[in-house]
Design a protein around this ligand. Sequence first.
Ligand code: MEV
Length: 420
Amino acid sequence: MDPQWKQFYKLSYLKRAKMIENHAHLNSDEDGLISKNKNEVSQNLIENYLTNFSLPEGIAVNFLINGKDYLVPMVTEEPSVVAAASNGAKMLSQNNGISAEVINKLVDGEMIFKVSDKLGFENFIKDHKSEIIKIANQSHPSALKHGDGAQKICTRSISSNYLAVDMSLDAGESMGANTLNTMLEACSKFIAKKTDSQLLMAILTNYSAHALVKVVGKVSFDHLAKSKKAGKMVAQRIAEASEIAQLDIKRATTHNKGIMNGIDAVAMAFGNDFRALEAALHSFAANSEKYHGISTWEVQREFLVGKMTIPIPVGFVGGATSVLPLVEVNKKIAGIKNVKEEMKVIASVGLAQNLAALKALVSEGIQKGHMNLQLKSMALANGAKPKEVDQVVAELRKQSSVDARSAKKIIRMIRSGKRE
Ligand code: MEV
């Protein structure tokens, strides 16, 4: 690579932006886009900052969770996600809404050691638990600020010569990632010094088995289709789809992806690390014999009942949640007051998203309901100006099949004043 990029991170914002402009031969419109979207808060968040890349934010409606109504901000580029979440939430709201319960909220971590005397090492940890907890809680100023600090120290064998020392943190309102990592580094140094072992690493785990939320919701047959009879059939087909997601890894992955469409979008709106949520869901879904769909749906008497226990490792304070300006606004829109409420809302969106997807898939198919939004997106992707979109969509609807070529042709015709 050209040596000029080696010191890139040391340069001022203006010099960096100029280098990018020259390198990519950006024109003045493109430069303007970069400078219009940059801001000072973000400049301090990441290295080699250039600009802010924005995504659409929409508000999902109809959420009734534990008896309270919620508007839910969602950040996503996928056209159908907000509409589907609102639609799933509407179906679930008809019978007392979604019930959500936080089972636990800890962040877990591990210190991995190469050990020759496993028994001696295990005994050392057993005998020094309170000392290790004390070291952990003294290592970070926020250790006891938001929650009850370090806990649950135990050893776990990984292989014949590797052992993990597991530790959890009650980080209260924060996610706790940084605090726990500092704790783990401090404790692991102490352990390595006092035992005959070699420390390999100390880091939190995104396998978030102690940040679980359980959500349950039900829909009566008449809210799944126009008639009760048709609704019963839809319910049975959704239950079958749920069963298939327990058996087939290909379907399970897509089933879970649909759930994450909603979860990631809300997590982003609240300033959380959505990669942590992704990692947590997929590892949790693989925690039994085989990777499976994380939610289940079954027919119970007159109802379709959905259940899901899902890891939601998020924070209400700290990290990006305290820095990104829209996060506070989004929390205000949602009316959420603490991390447990946030976890419940996020998990509920996952369940509603899943219901809407399954219902569409087993009845009319996914494309029909999404067509309008997809055509809008196609119009924009092929050069339509926002004010031209409705007209382009109306013309696209008249076509038997649509693609980029037909969209471009329609845009040209509209601009030249002609019609198809
Ligand atoms: C698309 O982003 C998500 C779905 O594929 C989810 C699913 O199939 O369950 C519709």
